[in-house]
Design a protein around this ligand. Sequence first.
Ligand SMILES: Nc1nc2c(ncn2[C@@H]2O[C@H](COP(=O)(O)OP(=O)(O)OP(=O)(O)O)[C@@H](O)[C@H]2O)c(=O)[nH]1
Ligand SMILES: [K+]
Ligand SMILES: [Mg+2]
Length: 424
Amino acid sequence: MSDTIFALSSGSPPAAIGIIRISGGSAREALERLAGRVPEPRRATLRTLRDGAGGVLDSALVLWFDGPQTATGEELAEIHCHGGRAVVAAIEVALGSIPGLRRAEPGEFTRRAFANGVLDLAEAEGLADLLAAETELQRLAAQASADGAISTQVDAWRSQVLGLSAYVEAALDFSDEDDVEALPPAFQDGLAAVVADIRAALQSPRAERLRDGIRVVLAGPPNAGKSSLFNALLNEGAAIVTDEAGTTRDVIERPVAFEGMPFVLIDTAGLRDDGAALVEAIGIDRARKELEKADIVLWLGAEGEGPEGALEIAAKCDLEGAGKKNADHTLSAASGVGLEGLVEDLVARARGLVPKRGMAAFNQRQAEALSHAFDALEGIKEGDDLLLIAERLRLARRAFDRLLGRQSTEEVLDALFGRFCIGK
Ligand SMILES: Nc1nc2c(ncn2[C@@H]2O[C@H](COP(=O)(O)OP(=O)(O)OP(=O)(O)O)[C@@H](O)[C@H]2O)c(=O)[nH]1
Ligand SMILES: [K+]
Ligand SMILES: [Mg+2]
């Protein structure tokens, strides 16, 4: 039997309440030792907690959940104690002294939930994203994945493919004669439908686009007003602004949400071809690299001299003589004029780059498994050998299983569950 694990599952102390979870075969014994009798299942009950020597640890609400219908799929206890650092520490010490109990690793509760089939890998990934979500759009997408939207979709494809396999098995049973017309038109139609569905899913934006934010790079010559615009958009003085050309040397990144859409704003060194000292020159090099990774470039330089597709920004419009003929946005970081319009435009453009609002999107790992399924299915041609077709269908099903974690490597699991905090 595996160890019984415990951890503080609520935020770090001091806090009003600390929630300590205990999961595993010795959870009942642990709760008995600390709280006396184990309460009725799923009923919060006030108890005095005592250590092994009978000393009072705290007065706390305790809850008991019989396995396997629990968050981890195991026997599970919760202690809602006072959230003081020493209170939590004392209870943890008492728990640690019980044989068979140890502190949980990061994500270990969820890993057990996965191992016990409470959730699949795609749902666990959604849960990790949900805990990391900082903006409303991230939350909605993660919630859909955690609730099983990805899993339901993949399961549907998997059973469609299973249906296709049945046609092939049937055809193989009757194929002792060489001239038998092997597969019915329904097979080809069904195959084409799954292939088209998966192709569309692979072409839509990855979940990471929403998780990592849309990269907006501010670029242009020295003193164009990049850092001033950067600060104005962030509403804080994150970057140094002076009238000296070459003030910004390094790349400065700040995450920000506009209307629930996550962005990463990136301020860069002013681009110039000569006259830059060593440090500034390195900064210019970094700026160029950022431009390559940008989703959206705000170009504050002369019209038409920025990278292709960049938004033309006419900055410092409060000053006379400033301006561009065909600017996408005319604005002033100093007065705030034009900033609202720019933000609206950024949000509108970002919408086309991220998954649709509230829709679960495939992440990179899932998309890789999905593309294996796609390759296997798309490679099936009319008139192929039946055994070959059967094998390709099997490969596709295996890829779906990998996606959902029915066949997963320790490596994938370590990477995923390491993203969780201790106590989850
Ligand atoms: N009047 C006015 N001055 C501005 C505005 N934006 C920036 N400035 C001034 O322009 C000068 C350069 O601004 P920065 O924001 O440092 O320009 P930058 O493009 O980041 O410059 P480097 O980092 O050196 O490349 C500063 O003196 C700012 O105060 C604006 O909207 N109106
Ligand atoms: K400057
Ligand atoms: Mg600057």
